[in-house]
Design a protein. Structure first.
Length: 341
């Protein structure tokens, strides 16, 4: 069997570990042949491929990013996009496809499966917001990077008697902010799922200063106040219709200074959270996902995504994985609120 592999959407620590596992087991155990598609869905859309054999995946386990490249190309927005992909897969002699990506990439995979393409999905997002899986690889790395930053911000905040705001990724789900904030001892955590009261945030800030310590506020990029305000760096949309967010940290800093008279500064971690070496947890999870993905292909079970349930890797329908985002439950946020102020 000749199998295509692609990585779509934002880069994520652990992508190379998935590719490595798929190829190592696919070639070594099942005797399959592989071809890599370049830059997400652009590869099969334009027929651009690279060789993908055991030699190609040597040494890539600890590397961040993806050796196949990635993009946010959306073939569903291109006239005849699905038919072009089907034609290019047939021309390349590809019998099945493994798509590694998040909500958007797997949404395209589901549409292709509905059109007769044999596809298996692997969940990838640092945001941990994909439904049907307990965790996605890349999340643990992103949280650890954010925690290290928060640990460093504590000493600067206390030395200069400032409120320091750490803005992390999280468009619609606040998993990174919640985990990093709790692990880093943040005094306030703001997430998209719960609009915040700026007056209450300022009260937490003032309360923290009264203890002779400086406050640390962790805010997800998609968090917004009760009034429904949203500060954006730019209003343009990507190929999947998502507004590029940014600026909530700066807005908070200005409001805190205006309302409390205390100095406030913002650190935006941005793409730092997505780059670099994956943690041991993410390397193992990504490897297990890759091993199970090639098993699904070999078994002829398509239209599924591999997923973590407890400590087991299971198979879930692509429709289940993409029908809705996995957001932070009220109870989980209430656990964190105990430590606010």
């Amino acid at each position: 069997m000749r199998i295509g592999v692609l990585t779509g959407g934002g880069d994520c620590p652990g992508l190379n570990a998935v590719i490595r596992a798929v190829v190592r087991k696919g070639v070594g155990v099942y005797g399959h042949e592989f071809v890599g598609f370049c830059d997400g869905w652009r590869g099969p859309l334009e027929g651009e491929t690279v060789p993908l054999d055991i030699q190609a995946v040597r040494g890539i386990l600890p590397r961040g990013g993806t050796i196949l490249g990635s993009s946010r190309t959306n073939p569903l927005k291109i006239e005849g996009g699905v038919e072009k992909i089907k034609g290019n897969l047939a021309e390349a002699g590809v019998d099945a496809l493994i798509a590694i990506g998040g909500e958007d990439t797997l949404g395209v995979a589901k549409r292709l499966f509905d059109q007769g393409v044999k596809v298996v999905g692997v969940p990838k997002t640092i945001d941990n917001d994909l439904n049907a899986t307990d965790y996605t690889f890349g999340f643990d790395t992103a949280v650890n990077i954010a925690v290290e930053a928060i640990d460093r911000l504590h000493t600067t905040a206390e030395s200069h008697h400032r409120a320091l705001i750490c803005e992390v990724m999280g468009r619609h789900a606040g998993w990174i902010a919640l985990h990093a904030g709790m692990a880093g001892g943040a005094n306030v955590i703001l997430i998209p799922e719960k609009p915040f009261d700026i007056d209450r945030v300022c009260a937490y800030v003032e309360s923290r200063f009264q203890t002779r310590y400086a406050p640390i506020i962790v805010v997800a990029e998609g968090a917004h106040p009760i009034e429904g305000q949203m500060t954006l760096q730019a209003g343009e949309l990507d190929a999947f219709g998502h507004v590029r967010l940014g600026g909530i940290g700066e807005m908070l800093a200005k409001e805190i200074e205006k309302r409390t008279g205390k100095e406030a500064r913002t650190t935006v971690l941005g793409h730092i959270q997505r780059g670099g070496t994956p943690t041991a947890f993410d390397r193992v999870l990504a490897t297990r996902f890759g091993l199970q993905a090639i098993d699904a292909v070999h078994d002829g079970e398509f239209g599924v995504m591999v997923a973590l349930r407890g400590t087991d890797i299971v198979r879930a329908g692509l429709g289940e994985a993409t029908k809705e985002l996995k957001t932070v439950p009220v109870g989980r946020y209430e656990e964190a609120e105990v430590f606010f102020g």
